[in-house]
Design a binder for this molecule. Structure first.
Ligand SMILES: *Cc1c(COP(=O)(O)O)cnc(C)c1O
Length: 366
């Protein structure tokens, strides 16, 4: 008789599960401490948007009913907001679901996908899960080297994933670089441009890939409500593409993939300009605070366009991670990305950033 683990399809046999940031409640249980600061999952430090909480309360009494599987209202609001057609939009259970859907629509064991070294881990899981070959281009200064990625494209390449900005490195590509890249590769290769941190980016030369959609029917731009919009716990994201791609994604999408509370909250927060502005301002102030603090400590970091920063401690970061936990601070080890001396730290509220910086001083002297 076969071992049950061997019955899994080949791609799944080789997978390692995604390691999320440690939940606050888990550390509370383990150490019996409170007043924990979690800077590990790039969540919004402002907490839930009040507007979204109110919107969810208003639909709570409807939860005996299935949600609107077509996400009509949310898509209409997004279409207006982004100046695209509703049939170019696909809504997902987090943008993670959409990344996975794209892989399932376009990849098989017969073809391959190209990503960059240090790219968001979800891409490699999505690619490998369907048995496709994963091609990883070496990064340049921790960022995507588009020329190196283009070199890995062959006749069997179906998808290229680009995270812009990238997580966990925070590096960001200019729109002209992305435009040249898409022009340079065959039109039958799908380019997934992951803009999970779009709302935070202030970098000169940056623009959303949405500006290229009209010219490139092979482009998919993914976005999320998990970061700047503060709805990570609800799981809702979206992507914008040509209608042909949206139709393909819609065939494979679960009929009710986004729940009713998430739909209501996302539609409401999309109009909550104040929350978004506060998110962005809190982030840029906090980023400056952390950069200054890290510099003062003599620690190297990668300038980040997102709501997090990768810091090089120049020693085994697994030990430091544990030391931060003892201080009640949860950060993110990124050894799985091949960065064993680095920790990724989400930008928090000013007092949380201060606590992290003070703890840096303490753990560095251990
Ligand atoms: C956080 C993140 C996402 C968003 O995931 P959701 O499933 O929408 O919560 C997508 N891509 C990257 C690069 C991220 O860091």
């Amino acid at each position: 008789m076969k071992n049950i683990a061997d019955l899994a399809v080949f791609g799944v046999q080789k997978l390692s599960p995604y390691q999320p940031g440690k939940p606050v409640a888990e550390l509370e249980r383990e150490l019996g401490i409170t007043n924990i600061v979690k800077l590990a999952s790039n969540e919004n430090p402002l907490g839930a948007p009040t507007s979204a909480v109110t919107a969810m309360q208003a639909v709570l009494s409807d939860i005996a009913l299935y949600p609107d599987g077509s996400a009509f209202d949310l898509k209409a609001a997004l279409a207006k907001n982004l100046s695209v057609a509703t049939n170019q939009i696909t809504v997902g259970n987090g943008s993670n679901e959409l990344l996975d859907l794209v892989a399932r629509v376009f990849l098989s064991s017969e073809n391959n996908a190209v990503i960059s070294q240090y790219a968001f881990l979800v891409y490699s899981i999505a690619v490998q899960s369907v048995g496709a070959e994963l091609r990883v281009a070496e990064a340049k200064d921790f960022g995507h080297d588009l020329a190196a990625m283009a070199k890995l494209v062959d006749k069997n390449t179906r998808i290229i994933f680009i995270a812009n900005p990238n997580n966990p490195t925070g590096t960001c590509l200019s729109i002209s670089a992305i435009e040249h890249f898409i022009q340079s590769i065959p039109g039958d290769v799908i380019v997934v441009l992951d803009e999970a941190y779009h709302e935070y980016v202030t970098q000169v030369g940056y623009a959303s890939g949405l500006t290229l959609l009209d010219r490139f029917p092979n482009l998919i731009v993914t976005r999320t409500f998990s970061k700047a919009y503060g709805l990570a716990g609800l799981r809702v994201g979206y992507c914008i593409s040509s209608t042909v791609i949206a139709d393909l994604l819609n065939r494979l999408r679960e009929p009710f993939n986004v729940n009713a509370l998430a739909l209501a909250a996302a539609e409401t927060v999309l109009h909550d300009a104040k929350y978004l502005q506060n998110s962005v301002e809190t982030n840029s102030t906090g980023m400056k605070q952390l950069e200054d603090g890290l510099q003062a400590l003599g620690l190297r970091f990668i300038p980040s366009a997102g709501n997090f920063i990768a810091v090089d401690f120049s020693r085994d970061a697994a030990f430091l991670y544990q030391a931060f936990l003892q201080e009640g601070i949860i950060v993110r080890p990124i050894a799985v990305y091949g960065m064993p001396t680095w920790l990724r730290v989400s930008i928090g509220l000013p007092e949380q950033n201060t606590r992290f910086l003070n703890s840096c001083r303490k753990v560095l002297s251990l």
